[in-house]
Design a protein around this ligand. Structure first.
Ligand SMILES: Nc1ncnc2c1ncn2[C@@H]1O[C@H](COP(=O)(O)OP(=O)(O)OP(=O)(O)O)[C@@H](O)[C@H]1O
Ligand SMILES: [Mg+2]
Length: 227
């Protein structure tokens, strides 16, 4: 396995009023290609902040972030957006589907941003929706689906760009146990079939059980130190 991500001394603070509130206090973390990692930790410990940095949605206050051997911090916004669009798939607790678009259109959206020609992106999106068991629902709007189905659409959307890294922040947090099982089985199959590197934040012991490695975040630090 080769190294995909290296975080060294990552700190993040937010300015609130005239004080800096430290949220990440020096994170060192190395992730190998194809790894399946679960991040756990108390509410407010900094897990989502860390995920946003891993997904290039936010940048650290200090420290070094390397991805595929290249230094990410210091890259300009266009370079970072491009890198994110090409390599990252993100799944959120709240699904974040666009309500006015059918599920097929939702899944197509990331490829539209990447200027993939319509017939190609349509075919890929259908294939992904079939894969997550929703091939018979292409023309439905998100609100016409159950929570578990909506989350499977979100997973399909996250896979649209053949991501190198799939990030999921409490992906089953809003689901009942049956829907949760379906999403977890989907993650198992994806990891087995595509070898995508997966980082999942969860409070759920069942997800943690399936991980190759569990990373504990405690007050903005990784508990137990470097791997
Ligand atoms: N934009 C922001 N401005 C100020 N403070 C923030 C901001 N985002 C997060 N924080 C603070 O950073 C801390 C960590 O937040 P974060 O969302 O990373 O926690 P978390 O571990 O994901 O928690 P949860 O399990 O509840 O989702 C919290 O105390 C939060 O108030
Ligand atoms: Mg969070």
């Amino acid at each position: 396995m080769s190294e995909l991500i290296r975080l060294s001394g990552i700190k993040k603070s937010y300015r609130v009023g005239d004080v800096d509130v430290p949220v990440l206090r020096g994170i060192d973390l190395t992730i190998e290609e194809g790894e399946r990692i679960v991040i756990v930790g108390r509410s407010g410990s900094g897990k989502s902040t860390l995920m946003n940095i891993l997904g290039f949605l936010d940048s650290p206050t200090s420290g070094a972030h390397d991805f595929q051997g290249s230094r990410v911090n210091g890259m300009d916004d266009d370079g970072i957006s491009m890198l994110r669009g090409r390599t990252i798939g993100f799944v959120f607790q709240q699904f974040h589907l666009l309500r006015g678009l059918t599920i097929l259109e939702n899944v197509e959206l990331p490829m539209e941003y990447l200027h993939v020609p319509p017939p190609k992106r349509r075919a890929r999106s259908k294939e992904l929706l079939e894969r997550v068991g929703l091939g018979h629902r292409l023309d439905h709007l998100p609100r016409q689906l159950s929570g578990g189905e909506q989350q499977r659409v979100a997973v399909a959307r996250a896979l649209e760009n053949h991501p190198t890294l799939l990030l999921a922040d409490e992906p089953t947090g809003n689901l009942d146990s049956k829907a949760q099982d379906q999403v977890l089985e989907l993650f198992d199959a994806l990891h087995r079939d595509t070898g995508v590197t997966m980082v999942v934040v969860t409070h759920d012991p069942e997800i943690a059980e399936r991980a190759g490695r569990i990373v504990h975040v405690l007050d903005g630090r990784i508990d137990g130190g470097a791997p």
